[in-house]
Design a binder for this molecule. Structure first.
Ligand code: NAD
Ligand code: USQ
Length: 407
């Protein structure tokens, strides 16, 4: 068994899901800083879009073209291996060949609606995510037990409890005894549930096998541009707006440009943590450069600001209005089972303590996203916008939130 030293100035960094919305810009950022980067992807995200006849609004190059363009622009090479993370033999070989000092794991099915569409997509989501991560833990234990796992989790693991949300752990006093335990989870979908299962397995591997890991419980990401994607159109990252893979602010911006009423689900008081894609990259970098200790399972809540859905809709309406779009906001029947008005106060201090300087959401950013969308508005597929995936299609009795949760 090889013990690989951690944190050299230049690190070997393996990025799982490196062809995705966040993974590709992350790969370029580390490569740009001189790190030795290898990415793994199986193109699942591209396939899921093909299956539902949707596509990224911003045209994206094939992985091979991206890698070549990056080499041309930066003079640096990112290596890529195509395969599935849940294929243990494949992953073992990648890890054993490359011997990463850090593994950044983005390579999962990331959509809540996709996970709620059918039994098949729910099973696929949990198989991909939970088994993929479990495989990774075994590969790391076997080949790089000293490497640091940086895993993308999600704020939606916690749900929206009526108490403050801590960063991963909570001190509890029960029947006169005290302990610090994992914060209770109320996942918002079967996708979010897969992240809870991942967290349990990673915590186990840290406690029992002594792996080092950081779970980044990330909020909803918005934005298109990073320093590296802006260098050349061939380096663009994907930008989705469809009901399955588009996140809310990105969707609202596209809707504003094409004259579709902004699709606020239900009352619009749903509050979530949000962050700019630029801050995602910085957070992941900070976690990577400041690794967890052996046996430690750290949890950082990774977002910079919180908003209600209605606040985001009003911001987009205002910014779009300033550049000549008349935008309507409409309350759509909520396809999800979620609280539409609730207490929300998650802590998010640990990444600030490591040096994160957030890019707050402002009108300038929204206007810049609107202007990128304008350039590609002829690519918008209108039918992909209306929400169709219901959390509880049959409206089964007892399937809605409990009275206590609604209160
Ligand atoms: P994405 O779908 O664009 O990226 C994931 C990439 O992983 C894709 O390129 C996909 O092809 C690849 N992949 C999926 N399953 C794979 C497998 N089994 N083997 C190999 N490759 C596989 O998604 P994203 O928005 O970039 O999200 C990246 C990660 O961050 C996900 O884990 C997601 O849950 C998490 N996250 C995203 C957001 C957000 O708002 N985008 C917020 C919080 C957390
Ligand atoms: N929403 C609307 N209208 C829309 C789309 C969404 O009102 O057109 C609402 C949803 O009901 C929800 C909120 O906006 O209350 C956020 O929805 P979203 O689709 O932007 O985000 P979500 O499904 O939570 O998932 C996204 C990413 C996922 C990540 C998660 C972070 O797709 O990968 O894990 O954000 S978090 O929400 O903090 O768990």
């Amino acid at each position: 068994m090889l013990i690989v030293p951690v944190i050299s100035a230049v690190m070997r960094i393996l990025i799982l899901g490196g062809d995705g919305y966040l993974g590709w810009p992350t790969a370029m950022r580390f490569s740009d800083r001189g790190h030795d980067v290898t990415i793994v992807d199986n193109f699942a995200r591209r396939r899921w879009h093909l299956d539902q006849s949707t596509d990224s609004l911003v045209p994206i190059s094939s992985l091979q073209d991206r890698l070549d363009a990056w080499e041309r622009v930066s003079g640096r090479r990112i290596e890529a291996r195509v395969g599935c993370i849940e294929d243990g033999e494949f992953l073992d070989k990648v890890v054993a060949d490359f011997l990463p000092e850090a593994v950044i794991h983005y390579g999962e099915q990331p959509s809540a609606p996709y996970s709620m569409r059918s039994r098949q997509t729910a099973v696929e989501t949990q198989q991909t995510n939970v088994i993929g991560t479990l495989n990774l833990l075994f590969s790391m234990r076997e080949h790089v037990p000293d490497a640091h796992l940086i895993k993308l989790g999600t704020m939606g693991e916690y749900g929206t409890p009526n108490i403050d949300i801590e960063e991963g752990y909570i001190e509890i006093e029960h029947n006169g005894r005290k302990d610090t335990l994992p914060f209770p989870k109320l996942p918002a979908s079967l996708y979010h549930a897969s992240k809870v299962h991942d967290s349990t397995n990673i915590h186990f591997a840290s406690r029992v096998w002594g792996l080092r890991a950081t779970d980044l419980n990330q909020g909803v990401v918005y934005g298109i541009e990073t320093d590296e994607t802006a260098l050349d159109p061939a380096l663009a990252t994907r930008f989705d707006y469809d009901e399955t893979f588009g996140t809310v602010l990105n969707r609202f911006c596209v809707q504003a440009v094409i004259g579709h009423p902004l699709t606020v689900y239900g009352a619009g008081g749903q509050t979530r943590g949000y962050l700019n894609i630029r801050d995602t990259l910085r957070c992941v970098e900070l976690a990577t450069l400041n690794p967890a200790d052996r046996g430690e399972f750290r949890v950082f809540n990774q977002f910079t600001e919180q908003f209600t859905v209605s606040e985001l809709a009003e911001l987009v309406q205002r910014c779009a209005g300033e550049v000549g779009y008349q935008v309507a906001i409409e309350s759509f029947p909520n396809p999800r089972v979620e609280l539409e008005s609730h207490y929300y106060n998650p802590k998010h201090q640990k990444l600030l303590d490591l040096g994160l300087e957030p890019h707050p959401l402002g009108e300038e950013l929204v206007r810049s996203v609107l202007s990128t969308i304008e350039r590609h508005r002829d690519r918008v597929i209108q039918r992909a916008i209306t929400p169709r995936t219901k959390w509880n299609p049959g409206e089964l009795e007892g399937g809605a939130l409990s009275a206590a949760q609604k209160a």
